[in-house]
Design a protein around this ligand. Structure first.
Ligand SMILES: NC(=O)c1ccc[n+]([C@@H]2O[C@H](COP(=O)([O-])OP(=O)(O)OC[C@H]3O[C@@H](n4cnc5c(N)ncnc54)[C@H](OP(=O)(O)O)[C@@H]3O)[C@@H](O)[C@H]2O)c1
Length: 210
């Protein structure tokens, strides 16, 4: 299949060569085809790959991967030709430049609201991203389900961590209470998958490391 990849950074430079190795014809849409980055990615993408202008690349393929920063996305889309019938593969995450949060769609969490309603208490968000079935039995094959928790009080978090270990889940410290907004969003994803996606409640998120 012909694939247009807009951007040759970390994502474009990771997926492009891998798809090329699977036999897809990759055309990169770039600002400067002579740059060392573009040339390096091209070298890894096989003889059939090419780099051209962004508009030309998008016109040349039915599937277009947007591998560009969120703050460039509107400008890049406006520079493309007609997109009717194209598949736009969107991996863009609207992250603030200092990685402090989402640049779009961020909302306060129930956990932070609970902390405001309970002055003096140490709120720890936990046990919200797994099903009750997983709470009863957290083991999948030989692996424990991951339990994310977050909060601002280290001692309270340590207590919750131990309570997580006590029910045989794998505790993962997800940072300050601010991050409860992401855990609550994860719970919505889980609920969608369980109820509408056919996964049911006998499934769980798992962090992996190497
Ligand atoms: N890195 C990850 O692990 C990861 C994982 C999932 C999703 N994402 C998302 O994937 C997207 C790309 O991330 P990345 O890590 O690959 O970024 P990156 O390494 O900074 O690469 C960005 C690419 O976009 C190009 N670009 C920037 N501004 C442009 C503009 N105005 N017009 C045309 N091209 C432009 C850059 O080209 P120049 O060389 O010309 O500047 C570069 O090739 C982001 O939205 C990110 O949130 C990243």
């Amino acid at each position: 299949m012909d694939l247009a990849i807009l951007g040759t950074g970390r994502v474009g430079g990771a997926l492009g060569p891998r798809w090329a190795a699977k036999g897809h014809r990759v055309v990169y849409g770039v600002r400067d085809s002579s740059s060392a980055e573009v040339q390096g990615v091209l070298q890894k993408s096989g003889a059939g790959a090419a780099a051209t202008g962004i508009r030309e690349a998008a016109a040349a393929a039915p599937v277009i991967l947007l591998a560009i920063p969120w703050n460039a996305t509107r400008e890049v889309l406006a520079a493309l030709g007609p997109l009717e019938g194209k598949i736009l593969l969107d991996c863009v995450n609207p992250i603030k430049a200092d990685f402090s949060g989402l640049a779009l769609g961020e909302a306060p969490s129930a956990a932070e609201q609970i902390a405001a309603w309970a002055p003096g208490a140490s709120v720890v968000k936990a046990f919200n991203t797994v099903s009750d079935a997983t709470m009863v039995n957290p083991t999948y094959g030989s692996q424990p389900a991951t339990m994310f928790y977050c909060g601002d009080d280290a001692a309270a978090k340590a207590t919750v961590r131990q309570l997580t270990v006590d029910v045989e889940m794998e505790p993962v410290d997800a940072g300050p209470l601010h991050n409860a907004r992401y855990l609550e969003a994860m719970s919505m994803l889980y609920i969608h998958l369980a109820i509408f996606g056919g996964w049911g409640g006998e499934c769980a998120f798992k962090m992996m490391k190497r």
